[in-house]
Design a protein. Structure first.
Length: 199
């Protein structure tokens, strides 16, 4: 196919946003909506990259995420908590030093503030199980004692995340979680309408 045979894509008229028209922005908002609707497909593809994350543990990060989500689902967690468990380490490939915040930012528009906070802070809560072996205070999470989300974050790590490194565990496949992921990301982005609760 030659370049001349390729259909030209519609584009906005401006090269500076301040020069855009109402028609430009109506078109762009429609385009953004269509692009956003394909977010689950991009997330599923991004999850696949975790198969090639850092080495050393008995299972790769992809299977660790699946196993964490499996445990959450089997404990009858709600949809957004299961999706949070599935995606909690998705940032390990592109942002390993703040992977928790990375994952939390992805889910934030579609989950309640408590779930966002739980994922944003899960790394420091996970530290309770190993920080003392690497010269850090395992009780760093105690800075959040009394916070409304302390207990759910401690439970997330204690019951699901820190035990999800077992190659013998009967982990469910990604296909079991795809419908749940699609349901959560089909929600109206409600965090845009939630008050900022400071967490």
């Amino acid at each position: 196919m030659t370049v001349s045979n390729v259909k030209e894509k519609k584009r906005a008229s401006y090269i500076r946003m301040e020069d855009g028209t109402a028609e430009d922005y109506k078109f762009l908002m429609s385009s953004v909506k269509e692009f956003s609707a394909r977010m689950p497909d991009r997330l599923l593809a991004a999850m696949e990259t975790l198969r090639d994350s850092y080495e050393g543990e008995q299972i790769d990060r992809y299977h660790h995420c699946l196993q964490t989500a499996t445990r959450a689902l089997r404990d009858e967690a709600d949809d957004e908590t299961v999706v949070a468990a599935l995606l909690h380490d998705i940032g390990d490939m592109l942002s390993p030093d703040n992977h928790a915040e990375y994952a939390a930012s992805i889910i934030r528009p579609f989950v309640h503030n408590r779930t966002y906070w739980m994922i944003k802070h899960h790394a420091i809560f996970q530290g309770y199980f190993y920080y003392h072996h690497i010269g850090r205070d395992r009780n760093e999470r105690d800075q959040y004692l009394g916070h409304p989300c302390f207990e759910i974050t401690a439970d997330f790590c204690g019951k699901w995340d820190q035990i999800a490194f077992d190659p013998a565990y009967d982990t469910m496949p990604m296909s079991a979680f795809e419908p749940i992921l699609r349901r959560v990301f089909a929600r109206e982005p409600w965090s845009l309408h939630q008050p900022d609760l400071g967490y």
